[in-house]
Design a protein around this ligand. Sequence first.
Ligand SMILES: *[C@@H]1O[C@H](CO)[C@@H](O)[C@H](O)[C@H]1NC(C)=O
Length: 234
Amino acid sequence: MLTLMLSSAIIVAVLRIDAATYDCDHKKADQCSLNLMPITNSEIIRRPPKTIAQFNVYCGKIRRYERCTRKFAENCLQKESKQTLSILMYGISRVNKRYCTKEARKKALIDLIQCSGPINFRYYGDLLRNASADLHAIREYPDAKLRIPMACCLYSQYTTQTLEHVEKTCPKYRQEVDSIIRGYSGDSFNFLCGDYADESDKCDPIIEKTPKWDGAVKWKSMIIPMVQVIDSLH
Ligand SMILES: *[C@@H]1O[C@H](CO)[C@@H](O)[C@H](O)[C@H]1NC(C)=O
């Protein structure tokens, strides 16, 4: 009994210290969110996996990246943001699980990564960084009710651009990439975006209004800026 009390006390103490010393290092959190997707994962970019064993190294680290991203939201963002982040991360986790459980899927993703190569990786990385910069600006768009539609329309636009690029560079994998992107955005996208989910005529006038972001791009990953866009409405 005493041991139990003692160990609980120690656990509580450790948790306290952990919370008190959590440094809200946004660069670290940004890297964790980037690492959650193969296309922006630093190790995959540095050394694209050729074998299942090499790809398994990525799979083995997913939980760590998720925990690190969540921890930042818990300690350093507004209260609602933790929940918003969970919803947004759900789709990403599901895609990772899909590709990390079946050998055939791992093989498909490895082939796609090998087909893309460094130049295309850079292109997709730039595209995501640009999308993230747009979200930085959208967080502060004066007409608050347009912020979500704006983010939705941009997401559709960037998705189209990505698929067009895949079509040009690795056409064999268009379907695969389409399903990955759909998986990432998942149900939250349909729920959030409704009428703006497809690149409809409704989007053109909204996209036109998207302000340019001239400030620093604090987040290269889209995840946290997207959380901030949603939570800017509270
Ligand atoms: C990202 O934005 C810059 C500046 O607007 C632009 O020059 C570049 O082409 C964009 N990159 C991609 C991949 O669209």
